[in-house]
Design a protein around this ligand. Structure first.
Ligand code: HEC
Length: 103
């Protein structure tokens, strides 16, 4: 148990992996990947660029969860992201948390 407690801060500080298979599968299942790639701009911005833009922005997670769910435009250009209402809020939160921690 004590050993686990020592490891925890280390785990939390580890950046999210761009090749995290479970997250990539969730992104695929949620149809995010019809418009997004981790490294390349497609219809939507590259997720590594999203992570860069909001690094250190404590309110970004909550704002982006709403934005992904409701859709919207204006932060990366005029092309809107359509609402993603078929995806549960819990899964959107998981995805955005992962995206924001990408390097
Ligand atoms: C129909 C295409 C499309 C789909 C599907 C899509 N996106 Fe997007 N996404 C976009 C576009 C276009 C933008 C840029 C919007 C803007 O300029 O504000 C964007 C922006 C974003 C941003 C940054 C938002 C901001 O305001 O900076 C995040 C995070 C994001 N998408 C995550 C996701 C996730 C997670 C999913 C899947 C649940 C998803 N997107 C599905 C097109 C899409």
């Amino acid at each position: 148990m004590r050993r686990l407690a020592c490891l925890l801060p280390l785990l939390l500080a580890t950046p999210a992996r761009a090749d995290d298979a479970a997250m990539l599968e969730l992104a695929d299942k949620s149809r995010c990947t019809t418009c997004h790639d981790v490294h390349e701009k497609v219809t939507g911005p590259a997720w590594t660029d999203v992570a860069k833009r909001y690094r250190g922005d404590a309110g970004a997670l909550e704002r982006l969860v709403v934005k992904v769910r409701e859709g919207g435009s204006g932060n990366w250009g005029d092309v809107p992201m359509s609402p993603n209402k078929r995806v549960s809020e819990a899964n959107i939160r998981k995805l955005v948390t992962w995206i924001l921690a990408l390097k």
